[in-house]
Each structure stands twice: as C-alpha cells, then as structure tokens.
Write a protein that binds this ligand. Structure first.
Ligand SMILES: Cc1cc2nc3c(=O)[nH]c(=O)nc-3n(C[C@H](O)[C@H](O)[C@H](O)COP(=O)(O)OP(=O)(O)OC[C@H]3O[C@@H](n4cnc5c(N)ncnc54)[C@H](O)[C@@H]3O)c2cc1C
Ligand code: FES
Ligand code: FES
Length: 1336
C-alpha cells in the first residue's frame, strides 16, 4: 500500500459524517504516509500532488497524470492506482533519481513543497522519459515554492532532458569549488555523478486494476455515506437514468469547480454522479468540417488531441485550435488541467447555473454546439451562442440533461479567431479579463460577414457584445471601424462601479485594448493573404500581436574557490547539500502535522471576529457544543494567566479590534467537527467608532503604536535654501503575505505532573513562545518544553505569531486536559497572522542641477495593525537603513507605526528595508528625471565613495558596495543593453523594454546587543558521534547544515559524524529569535566555542597518541574522565543605539550588493516579462555557497513578487479578501527571470565566523530592480506619448498599474470612475492620496 494505494476497501461510509469528506484524497491517505503535504486545500499550490494511473481498456494503455490530492474525491479513484511520494522512493529502500537530483541541485530549502515537486516531475517522466526543458517548466507550473526561486528546481528537472544543460556534478561537492572561479554550467564535461535514470525500473501498474477495467460485467458503483451518496454509472444509459432520477445532482468530473464550492462555500449535495472513465464520454471525432470532443476529456487530453489535429490539418483550418492551445497553456497548472474536463463543457454549464468569474468560457465562439442528452428529450444540439448566454430556456442545459460532447468547427480561409487573456501572473491565475473573438469576411474582401466577441470576467457570466457585432456587419476592417467598435463595446458592456473584483477602469480599458489586439491580428492576417489589397499594420505595432512566451529559465552562479590547502575533510566553503534535502524530497522529513496522532488528542478550530472594531455583546456557544465530537469552546474567560500580554490579546475580551481576531476556539475530536462547530458559534457585536483601516485614516486620528523614531545629520532646513531644485513626493508600498507553505501549526500536550506542558510547533524563536505560554497559563517557564525541528518556511511570520497561537492552544490544552493539535487553514492563517507592513513614504529632496543631492527630509508611516507586535522595531530598522547606499550630507528620516483596526502586521524578511528603500530609489529616479540624467548616473554620483559615517554615525567602508555596483553594471553589459532597449523602444510602440540597477547597503543583526547572543550544546558520545544543539531554528535557510560544517571543521571530523536533531528549550534556554540574517553568524560562533572547548579538552589525549583515530581519542578521554559535553556561548555583537541622540553603532556590519534587471512591458495589457537579472552580492567568504545562493535567489524572487504581482485586497471595512492562492498570487516558475545570474563577491569580514556574512534577507530588496525596470519601461511609453516625465511611483507594479500608467487613446476613452466603491481594496483607498494610478 505504500507504493500504490488501491482504494478498494479504504472507503468507509463512516468517513462521510460531514460534508466535504468525500472531496479530498488527503484525509484518506494512511497516517504513516505523511509525504503528501497539505498547504492550501484548494488545488492552487501543488504541495499535495500525487500521480494517478488508470488503465484505458479501449487503447489498452495506462494513463499517468498528476492531480492535487486535496481536490480529488476519494470515490473517483475507484479502479485507479495512486502513487504518492513514498511510492517513488525512500531512504529506507532506494531514493529515486528525481528525488536525488532535486536534492543535489539544491532545489529544496524548507522542503514543504518538495514532495509535490517530485511528484510533478516524476509523473512527467512516466509519460516522457526524456522531456524537453519546456515540458519541465510546464509540469512545474502548478507547484508553488516560496523558498528557492524555482531556478534550481527547474535545473534538477533539466538533468533528465536529452541534452542536459546542467552540471552533472552538482551537489557532489567535487565540482566547481576546486577550480578557479567557475560557473556550475561550465563543468559539463565532468563524469555524471547522478544515479542513472532507468525508466524501465518503475513499478508496474497493478494487474488486478487492469482486470477490473476490462471486466465485461461491470455494475453501477454506489458509495453510500451518512449524508451523501456517490454513484458511478456503468454506461451512458445508466448515467442518463441517474440524471433523470437525480436532476439536481452535480456530475463530478475533475471536481475542480464543485470541490472548492463544497469546501469553501458550504455547498451541499446529497447525491453526486461521477461518470469519470465512462467510455462513451472519451472520444475525438474528426471530420472534414470540424472535430467533436467527448465531454470526459480533460483539458490536458484536449491539449494533446488539438496538437495532433494541428499537425494533421492544413494551417488555415486550424486557427481555432491554435487559439485554444494558447489559452490552454496558461490556464491553471498541470494538475488542474489534468483533472478538469474540457471546461469548454463543464465550465460553460456552470456559468449557466451559477456565477463564476473567469472563463475558458470566452472561447465558446469556437464551438458551434454542445451535444446533450436526456432520457426524456433524447439527443439535441445546444448552440453556444448569445441565447445560451442569456439563458433563454431552449438554449440552456436542462437539469436532467448531460453533455456528451462539444463540436469545434475548422476555421476557414476568410475566418480569424483569437483568444486573449490577461491575468495577475502568466500561468495558473484566473484571468482579470479574457476574450474570445471571431470574424468572418465576405470571400476575398475585408467586409465583415460575421463577428463575435465574448468577454469573461467583466460580469457574473461570460458576456457577448452581440449588439456591437451586429452593428458592425458589412463594415470594412479599418481604423474607423475599430474606433466605432471601441465606442460601441464600451457602451454595451457595462461594469458597474461596485463590480466584484474592482479594477473597473482597468477592466474597461482591457475590453478595448484586447479588441485592438484582435484588430491588429486580423489586419496582419488579411495582409498575409493578399498583400496588395490589404495594407499591413505599421512595423512598430507588430510586437503587440504576440503575448509573452513562456521560456525555461536558465542562469549561471559564480562563487569563491576554497583555499587549495584546506583539508579535504573540511566542508567549510563548499556547496554542501542541505542537511535534510533527501528527506525533503522523499517526504520523510517530519513536519509538525506529520507527527502521529496522540492518544486523546483534540483538534482546534478558530472563531474570528467579523468586525474591525466592535463591542462583544454576546458569545453564544450552545449550538456548537451540541454538535457531535465537540468537547469544549474556549474563550477569554478560560485563560488562567494573562490574556493580554505585552499588548497582544490571546482571546478577544469585551471588544474586538480587527477582523480576524480570535474570539474563541472550539476543541473537538476531529478537525472537521471542530470546524463545523466553529461555524455555529454566534457572536453579537455592536460597532464602535472609530474604525481605522488605512494609514491616512490613522494620521487623521493621530493613532500610533509608538513614538517617533528619528535620525538626522547636517542642517536639512538650511541646505534646502541653497539647492538648485526641490522636489516633493509620496510613495505607497503595499503589504505582503508571507505565504510560507506550511501554515502555523502547534501541538500542545499537557503533562500529568507539575503543570508541565510540551509544545511542538514551527517557529523562529523558542523563548518568545515559552514566554507567552507561561504568561497565559501563569506557570514558570521551566514547566514548558518547546520543540521545533523544522519549519516549512517562515520569512519572519513565525516569530511572534506562533507565540500568540501557542498561548491560545496551551489554554485549550489546559482547559480540556487533552493534547491539542492546532493547524491553521490557509485562509485563517492569511487572515489572522497578517504580514509585511504597508508603507506611506513622503520625501522632500533638495539637489543641484548636476544630480548631487544636498538635502533629504523623509517621513515614514507604516500600517502596524491593531497591536504592537514588532512594529516599533520594524520602524527603527527602516529609519536606520533609510539612506541605503547614498551619502546625503543633510539627511533627516522620521517614522512612526500607525495603529489601525487591521490584523497586526509583523516581521517579514528584510524587516522594513524592502519597503523603506523604495522611497529612496523613487526620489533618486525623480531627481534623475529633473536633471536629465539616468537614475544610474544619479546613484553613482551620490553613492558612498570612501570610509564614511552613516547618518546614524556608524563608520563603515563602502569598498565592497562600489565593487558590487561596478561589476553589476559592467558584467551585465548594462550600458550596451540600455542602448539596445532604447533601440527596441523606438521600433515598438506597444511593447517597451526597461532596465534598472539598484545598489544596496543592508544591515545584519540587531541594534539591541542582547538580541545578538547565542548558545550551543555539544555532546560527544563514546562511539565518536556528535550531537549538536544550538539556539537557532531551521526554517529551510540551511542553518543546521552550516552548523554541521562549523562543527566538522572545528572538531576536525567528517560531517557524517555530526547530528543535529532539533531546537528546544530543554537543551538551550532563552534562545533569541533566528532573525536579522544572523542565525549562522551567532549560532556558528556558539557552536565554534563549544567545539573549541571540547577540542582543548581532547588535546592532551591527542598529543599522547597523535596517530590515533577520533574514536580512540574519545574512548581514551572518557577513560580519563574528561567531560565530553559542553555548552558554547556567543555574547553577541556589541551593538548599541541611542535613540535620543539618533546615533549608535547599531549593526555589527553591512552586506552590500547590486542587481540589474531588464523587463519588457505590454502597454496594452499591463503584463510584463522579466528577461534577465544579474545579482552581485558581497558574501565575504561564504560558508556554504549553495545555501547562500539559494537564499539570494529565493529572497530575490520573493521580493520581485512583492514589488510586482502580490496584492493584498481589503475592503474599506477591513475585511481581507485575499485568503488563498486563488486571490493572492506569489511568483510561479514562469515569473522568474529568463536569465538569472548570481555572483558571490569576495570581501573580508573578520568580525563574523570564518569571515562570512549573513545573507538570508538581503536579496529581497534587490527584487526592486524589477520594479524600477518596469518604471523605466513605462517612462519610455509615456515619453513617446508626449506625457510629462515624472509620474507617481508606487509598489506593487501590478498589470493594472502598468496598463493605466501607459496612457493612450484607449485609457482616454474609458471614463474615470469613482474609486470609493465597496470592492475597492485598502491599497486603492490609500492610493487615492498618492494618486497611484492617476495620470499626470
Ligand atoms: C487551482 C485552480 C485553478 C483554476 N484556474 C482556472 C483558470 O485559470 N481558468 C478557468 O477558466 N478555470 C479555472 N479553474 C476552474 C476549473 O478548472 C474549471 O471550472 C473546470 O472547467 C472545471 O472542470 P471539472 O471537470 O473539474 O468540473 P467539476 O467540478 O467536476 O464540475 C463542474 C460542473 O460541471 C457540471 N458538469 C460537468 N460535466 C458535465 C456534463 N458532461 N454534463 C452536464 N454537466 C456537467 C457539473 O455538474 C458541475 O456543476 C481553476 C480551478 C482550480 C481549482
Ligand atoms: S494543498 Fe492541495 S493544492 Fe495546495
Ligand atoms: S523549499 Fe519550496 S516552499 Fe520551501
């Protein structure tokens, strides 16, 4: 069963006691198979990917395809074989080449996404043993990774391609490092050290399933649960009979539409009909006129069928199929495309039944009809035309009918078809607007005979612009027609100001921009057919025709060589694989939720506030308590100690101060029971004033979380008097969700004796957790044992929030006296734990006409949310780092965190730097524009040049900064590429290229000295094995791996002797948080200290027997009663900061870097493509270049997402709308730079261990080079259109912002609508102040 999970016998009606339990394979996976991860539950992240294999008795072939286990109904798997990551390979048996290569290519950091990645690549290999690089990228499109930045994952996949472009020695520790500075890719001539891949060795498909599939006496299959019944018909007649008997029962195919409705919208159906696998629904019939596709075909199968048809038919007949194929490539991810049946059918039908936003549906124009069948009325054709959309009764599908097939006609000579689509990211995202358009001309002319235009996401269902089309019949295809068409279609398709999804002005602009694209495509097509009769489009418009291609990313990583005299055993400086990498890829790495059930354990579900600021009048728990399995409801009344600790409230008491605040929790025997009961808790509120949501509102109400923080040098006011020019501006930088793949998870186990509590959880800091739990329970900290082994990503989001949630669960454990398992669902996690602080930055800059900045006055306001959390500290960091790489003699920066009624924002990688520095780069860009210089010239002019003092009077030497900057510009050929981009821009009106380079001076460590301390405990056992513990937490950043390298060097023993199990409060007490990029610095020193103490103790023994072995020395030391255990300690960097004076040596050292990015922007849609990024990072001497490059790449991609596509959406009432991967888009494999080069620059840093530097966060800000490159491209577009040079800069540069900034005739046609609308997110409200999307 651990290899292939056949489902006969596993299903039990008892499992169906609650709605939704049929609707996922995940809960049915045997408890010991924990490799398949659960992260979003909505099919959107790919962490739960498994391979399903089915035998097709018609073709006698086995079909392997990837699915997301969280959406696969258990009953739909009858007769299928399911392979989970455990079935692919394991450490206990044999690891599979996919697992090995992902690990060795450093494609795993926290490892939570890794089993899903393995399954996606593995399934691809089962179908294509030698895939192309494009197939690898396509297979990974549905898998999210928040740590790595994808490049190494793609590279691991590419090793299976026929012509691998990846160094085969990667991860072997033998390549690249023993040479002079070389890239990984230059080492291909080395012997292949990966295990060979032999596809013939894969497990066979279970023969009993073949027998089952071929059984001629198959019968209808019924699974009966307590509340629902699942019926699989045996043939078409049976299906029709069932549909007659249960007309309201949904037909379940891929379950990618019904499943989420049941899970997240509480839809309930007593009966489901599942004809999956019914032979009559699986066919392709090709005739001279068109092709009929069976309704059972998945989108992936449709894709294959269309590719075949395209290869067979003449080009003119296949225009429709090409349009469909283009659409199919970007719709959802590979898993969903393999599950969902040709949405051409199911999606259309669903549109008629309910409302939904996106649409493959707009492609209906290519289908003339769907064929449906009902027992009563027999077979009929349903034309998929305007009447179908208008739901006229005769054109709509009746509830008792079943769709059998859809028909797609061939295109003809004078016929043009296009599918157009724009989404927040290129792949795996619902469209913001999509369109399907088709025109037929009178033969040999450009006179319109038939015209159809359908739009998706502009209303509750797909909308046909039928009146517009009607009025254009008989018109010539020319500019006048286009102009009339735009006017008509804008009149016809009305998007009300309060439309769901907002972005009204943008969506209206897209309606005509997409029409324009179609217009150009058709004109080009006509010209190709008769160049004499039909003039071509202007050469400058040609690039508007094509969407950005999806390319397979590639890159070069350059790093140091170790000293050739370094002993071979010493791993320091080598690109050692992550300590847990293989366990990650085999799924054997244990995360908290993988821990086996504990006797008597209860599950916790939260009830959160639905009001931003309100008095609690009543909490009625009676209905919840009456439900089966419910043990208790826990409220503020049950907290034995402090319910409010350091300003953080565990359970809301008397009033609520944000939407998402925990009011109570429900403890029950299963999570499903707890969740169901949580819905039944009734809370009565009375709204309170004021309700403060935005920074502007907080400023109006003078609502702050702490006092102002300020640094100042020179005389700012005086300097403004003597400058040539002064500019003032505002910059908005929106917030960011951590989106760690493993949500917050806690296991709290009360002990029998002495009020002890054992907690296992994911965190960045054990002492804070212990402190909060102790406060809530009112017991000493020595009774609370906290364990953390690994976190599935954290990025700052697991510093304070686990402590708060720990207190909440410990109170529940205390009250019930039973172990509590508390796992936040993705939606709750996003709602409750908040993320990066949004920023409003104001600046006043005085400068000379030659670009020299003389004076800067900066103000920062961040949205801290409803409680202190880390907001004050974030503001301190932001102010201290505000000058970045520039010397401005008269500089003042002030900042305050605002108190609002939003969930409390918290630490996030970069700790304020990524937001704050955008303000600096924004004014540099504005100064450049005023002085007719490039931003890079102004940066160069104002950059620190020699040993200097920062604005807070800390001395530093900027030499590595200047080196990174210089190398970045030179080695990326910045100037030449900038010229080339300008040339490109001259030749292309609708696509623009932009380049930007940003320098960085980042800080490591904390201004408060005691936060920089660390401790370690090292035991040597009598067999010579060593156990290391320290105060840092492993979050995927490779901290434990580096600590093993340190211990290995110090003790002079191989890494294999050293083990590092977990971080806990019983071995190392009072551990500060693993943050500030200093985890390896400070813990490394503590481990080094412990090892050196032990080494010194062993010295006499070694001297006595210099030829002895490690094992012998240990044995002898023991016999001489030498202690083989010790603690190690690092007092910490002696930093200080005096905020009264605004001075201090706030940081132990600085990290420098620079990055350069090039983008191409589609001015008509707002989409952008990241063509290339070069990063130069001052790593001093990297302890582990693979780990450090992984951190840089991962942080860069996270930063890039922050500055471009990640957008949190709040209502004006403070309700967070974006609560999952559907609504919040982090980068996928298609967003990363097509060419991604990283160089680690050498320097000296004697203060840190082995002269290394902490690089965990620094890469984040370098992602802003993408933001500024986009601005460069937008500026080029605006210049060409004769618009003013400067325009407001804000982040993120979403497709909406890009499109609306590239002002043209289409944006002008769209009237500016009121922005204060119910669906308007906070960001937009804030933007009103800064005129974020207004044009000059
Ligand atoms: C992560 C994710 C990403 C997605 N991305 C996109 C996207 O980018 N664009 C997009 O358009 N959609 C997207 N979707 C939606 C989804 O792919 C489509 O809704 C898909 O068409 C549903 O197909 P299904 O087979 O899973 O439908 P199911 O959920 O199985 O059924 C859907 C409905 O169709 C009816 N039905 C199905 N077959 C028949 C039949 N033969 N006769 C009568 N009724 C029938 C069912 O009764 C049911 O009401 C996404 C979904 C997920 C989970
Ligand atoms: S957990 Fe299944 S796709 Fe995210
Ligand atoms: S390694 Fe991919 S999410 Fe952490």
């Amino acid at each position: 069963i651990s290899r292939e999970l056949t489902l006969e016998g596993i299903f039990s009606p008892e499992n169906d006691s609650l709605p939704g339990s049929f609707f996922s394979l995940t809960p049915f996976l045997p408890v010991h198979l924990t490799g398949t991860k659960y992260s979003c539950g909505s099919g959107g992240c790919g962490a739960c990917t498994v391979m399903v294999s089915r035998y097709d008795p018609k073709t006698k072939k086995i079909h392997h395809y990837p699915v997301t286990a969280c959406l696969v109904p258990i009953c739909s798997l009858h007769g299928a074989a399911v392979t989970t990551v455990e079935g692919v390979g394991s450490i206990k048996t044999r690891i599979h080449p996919v697992q090995e290569r992902l690990a060795k290519c450093h494609g795993t950091q926290c490892g939570f996404c890794s089993p899903g990645m393995v399954m996606s690549i593995y399934t691809l290999l089962r179908n294509h043993p030698e895939p192309t690089p494009e197939q690898i990228t396509e297979a990974l499109g549905g898998n999210l990774c928040r740590c790595t930045g994808y490049r190494p994952i793609v590279e691991s996949g590419k090793t299976f391609c026929a012509e691998s472009t990846v160094c085969q020695m990667k991860g072997s520790g033998k390549c690249c490092m023993d040479q002079e500075e070389k890239s990984f890719t230059s080492r291909q001539e080395k012997v292949n050290e990966f295990q060979p891949f032999d596809p013939t060795q894969e497990p066979i498909f279970p023969p009993e399933l073949i027998r089952m599939a071929e059984d001629p006496n198959k019968r209808r299959l019924t699974f009966r649960g307590k509340r629902t019944t699942w019926i699989t018909p045996v043939n078409l007649n049976d299906l029709l009979e069932l549909k007659t008997s249960f007309p309201e029962a949904p037909i379940i195919m891929g379950n990618t539409a019904v499943g989420p409705s049941i899970k997240f919208r509480d839809e309930f159906h007593p009966v489901f009909i599942s004809p999956l696998g019914l032979q009559e629904l699986y066919f392709v019939d090709s005739t001279d006129d068109g092709v009929t596709i069976g309704a059972g075909y998945s989108l992936a199968q449709l894709n294959d069928a269309l590719h075949f048809i395209v290869s067979e038919q003449p080009k003119e007949k296949t225009k429709t199929y090409h349009a469909l194929l283009k659409h199919l490539r970007t719709l959802a991810g590979a898993q969903i495309r393999n599950m969902a049946v040709c949405s051409l059918v199911s999606y259309e039908i669903r549109l008629c039944q309910s409302s939904f936003r996106d649409g493959f549906g707009t492609m209906r124009i290519v289908l003339t009809a769907a064929q449906s069948f009902s027992l009563i009325e027999g077979k009929r054709q349903i034309p998929l035309d305007g009447r179908f959309l208008e739901k006229s009764p005769e054109a709509n599908l009746k509830s008792e009918e079943t769709v059998l097939s859809v028909y797609i006609p061939h295109s003809t000579q004078w016929h043009f078809v296009s599918g157009l689509r724009i989404a927040q990211r290129q792949e795996n995202a619902f469209a913001i607007v999509n369109a399907g358009m088709s025109v037929k001309f009178e033969d040999g002319t450009d006179t319109i005979k038939e015209l159809q235009m359908f739009y998706g996401s502009v209303g509750p269902t797909v909308v046909s612009a039928s009146k517009t089309c009607q009025q254009l019949i008989g018109r010539k295809w020319n500019d006048q027609m286009l102009s009339d068409a735009c006017r008509l279609v804008l009149d016809e398709i009305y998007i009300p100001p309060d439309a769901e999804g907002g972005m009204v002005e943008y969506r209206r602009t897209l309606i005509i921009s997409l029409l324009f694209k179609f217009y150009l495509k058709v004109r080009r097509g006509l010209n190709k057919m008769d160049p004499h009769k039909f003039p071509d489009i202007p050469e400058k418009f040609v690039s508007a025709l094509e969407d950005f291609p999806i390319e397979t990313p590639q890159g070069i990583q350059m790093f140091q060589c170790v000293d050739p005299h370094q002993p071979p055993q010493d791993p320091v400086g080598h690109p050692v694989m992550h300590q847990s990498a293989i366990k990650h890829t085999t799924g054997e790495a244990v995360f908290v939720d993988d821990m086996p059930p504990i006797s008597q354990e209860l599950f916790l579900a939260v009830v959160t506030s639905t009001r931003a600021h309100a008095k609690i009048i009543l909490i009625d728990t009676s209905a919840a308590l009456a439900l089966p399995g419910v043990v208790d409801v826990i409220t503020a009344e049950d907290v034995p100690g402090d319910n409010s600790y350091q300003g953080e409230i565990f359970y809301a008491q008397n009033e609520v101060i944000c939407v998402g605040q925990i009011v109570c929790t429900v403890a029950a025997d299963t999570y499903a029971h707890a969740k169901e009961a949580a819905k039944k808790v009734r809370i009565v509120y009375e709204d309170l004033e004021p309700r403060i949501i935005t920074i502007e509102q907080a400023l109006e109400h003078n609502s702050f979380l702490s006092a102002e923080k300020k640094i100042e040098q020179g005389d700012v006011e005086q300097a403004f008097k003597y400058v040539d020019q002064i500019i003032e501006g505002k910059v908005h930088v929106e917030g960011q969700e951590h989106f760690y793949m493993e949500t917050q998870t806690i296991l709290a186990i009360p002990q029998e004796e002495d009020k002890e509590m054992v907690c296992t959880y994911v965190t960045l800091g054990t002492y804070l957790f212990q402190e909060y739990v102790a406060a809530a329970l009112n017991i000493p900290r020595n009774r609370i044992a906290c364990h953390t082994k690994r976190a599935g990503g954290a990025f700052g989001g697991k510093v304070s929030k686990p402590a708060l949630l720990g207190a909440v669960s410990a109170v529940a454990a205390k009250k019930t006296g039973r172990p509590i398992r508390f796992i936040l669902e993705r939606g709750d996690d996003m709602l409750i734990t908040a993320g990066r602080h949004p920023l409003l930055g104001k600046y006043k800059i005085g400068f000379m006409n030659n670009g020299v900045i003389k004076a800067a006055d900066i103000e920062y306001y961040i949205n801290g949310g409803c409680s202190p959390d880390e907001s004050e500290l974030v503001m301190e960091f932001m102010v201290l780092r505000s000058e970045n790489a520039y010397y401005i003699p008269n500089f003042r920066c002030r900042g305050r965190p605002c108190k609002t009624n939003l969930p409390s924002n918290t630490a996030f990688r970069g700790f304020g730097f990524p937001q704050g520095i955008v303000v600096g780069e924004a004014y540099i860009t504005a100064v450049a524009s005023q002085c007719d210089l490039t931003p890079e010239q102004v940066k160069e002019i104002n950059m620190y040049k020699r040993t200097s003092r920062t604005a807070h009077k800390q001395t530093f030497n900027p030499e590595p900064l200047r080196r990174c900057w210089k190398e970045c510009l030179e080695k990326s050929s910045f100037s030449a590429r900038k010229l080339a981009a300008e040339e490109f821009n001259k030749k292309n009106y609708w696509k623009k290229r932009g380049l930007a380079a940003v320098p960085m001076k980042f800080t490591v460590g904390m201004p408060t000295a005691f936060y920089n301390q660390a401790a370690a405990l090292v035991h040597i056992y009598l067999d010579g094995s060593v156990l290391v513990s320290h105060s840092g937490c492993e979050l995927g950043q490779g901290l434990h791996t580096k600590m093993i390298q340190v211990a290995s060097r110090e003790l002079n023993i191989p890494e294999s002797y050293i083990h590092l199990s977990e971080t806990n409060t019983t071995t190392v007490s009072n551990a500060t948080f693993t943050a500030g990029s200093m985890g390896a610095d400070i813990n490394g020193k503590a481990v080094q200290n412990a090892c050196q103490i032990l080494k010194a103790r062993l010295e006499p023994v070694i001297r006595k027997n210099p030829r002895g072995t490690w094992e012998v020395w240990i044995s002898e030391a023991y016999k001489e009663s030498i202690s083989l255990s010790t603690t190690g300690y690092f007092k910490g960097y002696q930093t200080n900061m005096d905020w009264k004076k605004g001075e201090g040596n706030a940081f132990p050292y600085f990290v420098y870097g620079a990055s350069c990015s090039e983008v191409e922007v589609d001015c008509l849609t707002g989409a952008h493509k990241l063509l290339r990024t070069d990063i130069f990072m001052d790593a001093a001497f990297s302890i582990n270049p693979a780990v450090d490059i992984g951190q840089i790449e991962g942080a860069f991609v996270q930063g890039m997402g922050f500055y471009t596509i990640e957008e949190l959406k709040y209502s004006p009432e403070g309700v967070l709308y974006s609560r999952g991967p559907d609504d919040y888009k982090i980068p996928t494999v298609t967003e990363i730079p097509e060419e991604f080069n990283v160089t680690l620059v050498h320097s000296q840093n004697p203060i840190a261990i082995y002269s290394s530097k902490g690089l965990g966060e620094a890469g984040m800000f370098l992602g802003s080079s993408v933001l500024f490159a986009i601005y460069d491209a937008m500026a080029a577009a605006r210049r060409e259109r004769g618009l003013t040079k400067t325009f407001t800069l804000s982040s993120p540069a979403t497709p909406e912002l890009i499109r609306m900034t590239c002002v043209d005739q289409f944006t002008d046609m769209v009237s500016i609508l009121a922005w204060r609308i119910p669906w308007t997110e906070t960001s937009k409200l804030q933007s009103i102040g800064s005129q974020r999307v207004r044009h000059d």
